[in-house]
Design a protein around this ligand. Structure first.
Ligand code: TDX
Length: 334
């Protein structure tokens, strides 16, 4: 089986590639990634030389290149992780998000339709639903995304569905809750807070820190994506949630405790504009396929903090801007 993974040098994509190569000895992976600011060749250093792995650098909006890849590689499955993913950046540069997330996904869907694939799995997010005070979002709920990021993901999600409904493309969609774990770019809540504290810096908490997110360890999301890819019903959408709902303040306190710091390291700052209050997912549909999260939250946070401690060179390079220089030198011929 040949898998085309887009955005495989990013956080969830790189964890997924490692997961698939370990689990299936007869799967071949093509990682198609633009390697923008948040992607990193070091995320895949351990599998770079694996004979079942191949990397292609490029943009999912580049129609010519995308066509060439489908024509030459003839992938059986496509899993589309490629996306601009940070809400705060989407407030600063909204159009970039529309281009990559909507136009990029559209280019992939159209090319997959042209060349044919057995399955096209699109990785979406819980943010497409908007915010919810009580209860949990079901896959059939209306989409009311609030940030430019969330809107761009909702657009891509709906286009993927339309390609199933209109053209019969064998599409599957997953919407996951907030991921955390190794290789997450240090701009998201958990990765930023852990690395700041390791640098003895304060952690910036928006507003009063009372917004709620449901957290999932990245490997549980990977097993969910794998379950949907192999057992999901074509044309269907599946929520993937960890069932770990916490306020941001609670998350900050967990991390402070783990890294032996006190609450004076919290810096309350101005709230994010349009800040969604709470995300929560009903996961009964994917659980019917036999999936459940395997990692307990406390242990997973401990494991993640330990990973960042032991891999300081990975994120120190990123935070200091050194990585960009290193990667330009290393990969100038790509
Ligand atoms: O410095 C911070 N301080 C803070 O209080 C950051 C970066 C975040 N926050 C808050 C904002 C949110 O309430 O923490 C919460 C989590 O923030 P992010 O890590 O930026 O994630 P979120 O905005 O919830 O969006 C995430 O979940 C859905 C991902 O970034 C998306 O890619 C994913 O689709």
């Amino acid at each position: 089986m040949k898998l085309l993974i887009t955005g495989g040098a990013g956080f969830i994509g790189s964890n997924f590639i490692r997961y698939i190569l370990n689990k299936y000895s007869d799967y071949w992976i093509i990682n198609f990634d633009i390697v923008s600011y948040c992607a990193n060749f070091e995320n895949l250093k351990d599998i770079e030389k694996n004979p079942r792995y191949k990397f292609i650098k490029g943009d999912i909006c580049d129609e010519k290149l995308v066509n060439k890849i489908f024509q030459k590689e003839k992938p059986d499955f496509v899993v589309n992780f490629a996306a601009e993913s940070h809400v705060d950046r989407s407030i600063l540069e909204p159009k970039k998000f529309t281009r990559t997330n909507i136009l990029g996904t559209h280019t992939l869907l159209e090319t997959a339709r042209k060349y044919g694939v057995k399955k096209f799995e699109h990785i979406s997010t819980d943010e497409v639903y908007g915010t919810i005070k009580k209860e949990e979002f079901k896959e059939t709920d209306v989409l009311l995304p609030n940030s430019p990021y969330a809107v761009s993901k909702a657009g891509a999600d709906l286009l993927a569905r339309a390609y199933y409904k209109t053209f019969g493309l064998p599409v599957l969609i997953t919407r996951s809750s907030n991921n955390f774990g190794p290789y997450q770019f240090p701009e998201k809540l958990i990765s930023l807070f852990i690395t700041n504290l390791l640098e003895n810096k304060k952690v910036p908490l928006y507003g009063k820190g009372l917004n709620i997110r449901d957290w999932i360890y990245v490997l549980d999301n990977c097993s969910g994506i794998d379950t949907v890819l192999h057992k999901g019903e074509i044309g269907e959408i599946y929520n993937i949630g960890g069932g770990n709902e916490f306020t941001n303040l609670e998350i900050a306190k967990f991390i402070l405790k783990e890294l032996s710091k006190d609450e004076s390291f919290i810096e309350y700052i101005k709230d994010r504009p349009g800040h969604d209050f709470r995300y929560a997912l009903d996961t009964r549909k994917i659980k019917k396929l036999g999936w459940k999260p395997e990692h307990k939250f406390g242990e997973a946070i401990r494991k993640t903090a330990k990973w960042y401690k032991e891999n300081a060179s990975w994120w120190e390079k990123i935070k200091s801007g050194e990585y960009l220089k290193y990667y330009k030198k290393q990969y100038k011929n790509l």
